[in-house]
Design a protein around this ligand. Structure first.
Ligand code: GDP
Ligand code: MN
Ligand code: MN
Length: 251
C-alpha cells in the first residue's frame, strides 16, 4: 500500500469541481482510494460563512459566557450560535462544546474550522459528507472516496484523521465469523477501515499550510471480508454518549 498527495492544488473556491481537479493532476487507477479533506469539500460546496451570519441567540450568549468564564478569555457568542445551528444535540456545553451533527458525527464545535480560512471566517463541515463523497466519486477515474476531517477523541491526547463520509466501499471489514491463528472464531471485530484510511491519509495531508488536502491510497484491497456500513453509533446503545448527557462540568 502506498499513499501520495495530489500535487499543485490551488486554493479551493465555491463551485470548484474537485473531482476534475484531482483527475487532471493524477493518473488514477480504478482501485485507488481518494481521501479528501473535508476542508476543501466544504470550500467547494460553499460552506464558508462569516461570524456575522450567525446573530447570537440568548442561548448562544449563555453558552459563550460560561465558556468565557472557564477559559478566562472572550468567547464569541456568534461562534456558539453557528455550532448550535449545525448540531442536533449539545452533548457537552462546558468546558467545550461537544455536539452531534445532523449526519451523525460527534465532535467539538460541530467540526467548524477557523484554520486554513481567513480571520472571522467559519468553515462548516459538509452537510452530508457521504453525499459529497458520492458526488466526487462520480467525476473520478477511481472507485472509492473517503471524506476526512481531523478530530480529537476522548481518552487520548492529540487529534487524528477520521472519516466523515465514504463512497464506493463499505465503511468496515466485518471479521466476525472468521478465525484467528488458533482457530477461534472472531466474535466482535468490525474493523473501521474508512477511519483507518482517513488516518493514514491525514498523515500525508498534514494540518498546516502544506496545501495537500487530497491523498491517494494505492494498492490497498478491502479483501475477502463481509462489509458493514455501521460508522456513527446510534444514540440507543451509545452508552458513553448517554452518560455524558447526565454529566455536568463543575468549575
Ligand atoms: P481538515 O483536516 O479537513 O480540517 O483540513 P485541514 O485544514 O487540516 O487541511 C488539510 C490539508 O489541506 C493541509 O495540507 C492544508 O494546507 C490543505 N488545504 C486546506 N485548504 C486548502 C485549499 O483550499 N487548497 C489547497 N491546495 N490545500 C488546502
Ligand atoms: Mn477540520
Ligand atoms: Mn486537518
Amino acid at each position: 500500500m502506498e499513499l501520495f498527495a495530489v500535487p499543485d492544488l490551488p486554493e479551493i473556491r465555491e463551485g470548484d469541481d474537485l473531482a476534475a481537479m484531482v483527475d487532471e493532476r493524477v493518473d488514477l487507477r480504478e482501485d485507488d482510494v481518494v481521501c479528501v479533506a473535508s476542508t476543501v469539500v466544504s470550500k467547494a460546496e460553499g460552506r464558508l460563512f462569516e461570524l456575522d451570519d450567525f446573530p447570537a441567540s440568548p442561548r448562544a450568549r449563555e453558552i459563550a459566557d460560561h465558556l468565557a468564564d472557564i477559559a478566562g478569555e472572550e468567547k464569541d457568542p456568534r461562534f456558539a450560535q453557528a455550532v448550535i445551528e449545525e448540531s442536533t444535540e449539545l452533548i457537552m456545553e462546558a468546558p467545550f462544546l461537544l455536539t452531534a451533527t445532523r449526519f451523525g458525527h460527534v465532535g467539538v464545535n460541530a467540526g467548524i474550522d477557523r484554520s486554513n480560512v481567513a480571520d472571522g471566517d467559519l468553515l462548516l463541515l459538509p452537510k452530508r459528507p457521504d453525499g459529497s463523497a458520492a458526488r466526487i466519486r462520480e467525476g473520478l477515474s477511481a472507485d472509492r472516496v473517503v471524506v476526512t476531517d481531523t478530530c480529537g477523541r476522548p481518552f487520548r491526547h492529540g487529534q487524528r484523521g477520521v472519516a466523515l463520509g465514504w463512497a464506493g466501499m463499505p465503511a468496515a471489514r466485518d471479521w466476525r465469523g472468521e478465525h484467528d491463528r488458533d482457530g477461534r472464531e472472531l466474535g466482535v471485530t468490525v474493523q473501521n477501515v474508512v477511519d483507518e484510511l482517513a488516518s493514514a491519509a491525514n498523515l500525508v495531508a498534514g494540518e498546516g499550510d502544506g496545501g495537500t488536502p487530497v491523498v491517494v491510497v494505492r494498492d490497498w484491497a478491502f479483501g475477502d471480508h463481509e462489509g458493514s456500513d455501521a460508522h456513527f453509533r446510534e444514540v440507543d446503545g451509545d452508552f458513553v454518549r448517554q452518560a455524558l448527557r447526565e454529566w455536568r462540568f463543575e468549575d
